[in-house]
Design a protein around this ligand. Structure first.
Ligand code: 13P
Length: 257
């Protein structure tokens, strides 16, 4: 199984979101082996995009998830609200939340717990900034992010949790990590999962995000260690996203995965 997720970030109104979602759904129609595809629109578009995707294989995701179920938490959207609107996935700890909105490791751990207690599958985002990459502490840094998010949680199945490795220096910069860098970090993330969760981590899907585009998607996706891609900018352009979906389909067909 390969995952192709499109994080639309703070882009597109309701009408444009529905049109893009329909385009994504159309590109999977009639195909036998397709990746698991989800789009992550802004909260304001979730309801209409859900309707537009109702008879398709495309899943819906949210870009964040609240800790509490309801109450005086202005600006938050709870897991039950996301279930209600038809979300299957939620991003947690995206670097833009961590750096631009000062979300702490502690808050991210609480969001993850709330998500795991719901029917929404968490996509936990981790990744170092350029400083850690340059001084060589990137693995240690990602281990720290994972320990604080995962040390106090219960995961019984590998399908309950997806991890996305998104190095901050590769997001929106056009600078993709090399396949070797991604594979090395994914291997590290897998062994960290194994030691924190004390379970076999073979089956966990670890996605890569950071300037994924139609030119680099195939070489990333064909690696067994790379479970899929979390696409930002290129997921807003239907032709680019379709090409990435096509690359994933080719890999699945070639590998029988
Ligand atoms: P870009 O693909 O625009 O680099 O964004 C990646 C990302 O942040 C996905 O969550």
């Amino acid at each position: 199984m390969k995952y192709v997720f499109g994080n639309w970030k703070m882009n597109l109104g309701i009408r444009e979101s529905v049109a893009l979602a329909r385009g994504v759904a159309r590109s999977l129609r009639g195909k036998e082996s397709v990746p698991e595809v989800a789009v992550f629109p802004a909260f304001t578009a979730l309801s209409e995009v859900h309707k537009a995707l109702s008879r398709s294989r495309v899943q819906l995701g949210a870009q964040n998830i609240g800790v509490e179920k309801s109450g005086a938490y202005t600006g938050e959207v709870s897991s039950s609200m996301l279930e209600d609107v038809g979300c299957s996935y939620a991003l947690i700890g995206h670097s833009e939340r961590r750096w631009k909105f000062a979300e702490s490791d502690e808050l991210i751990a609480d969001r993850l717990k709330a998500c795991l207690a719901s029917k929404v599958t968490p996509v936990l985002c981790v990744g170092e900034s350029v400083a850690e990459r340059e001084d060589g502490s990137h693995e240690e840094f990602v281990t720290g992010q994972m320990k604080s998010a995962l040390s106090d949680i219960d995961v019984s199945n590998a399908s309950d949790l997806i991890v996305a490795y998104e190095p901050v220096w590769a997001i929106g910069t056009g600078e993709t990590a090399t396949v070797a860098q991604v594979v090395e970090m994914h291997t590290h993330i897998r062994s960290t999962l194994q030691s924190i969760l004390e379970m076999n981590a073979e089956e966990f899907s670890i996605l890569y995000g950071g300037s994924v585009n139609p030119e680099n998607a195939y070489e990333l996706l064909r690696e067994r260690e790379i479970g899929g891609v979390l696409v930002g900018g290129a997921s807003l352009k239907i032709h680019a996203f379709q090409d990435i979906l096509e690359a994933a389909t080719e890999v699945i067909t070639a590998q029988g995965a």
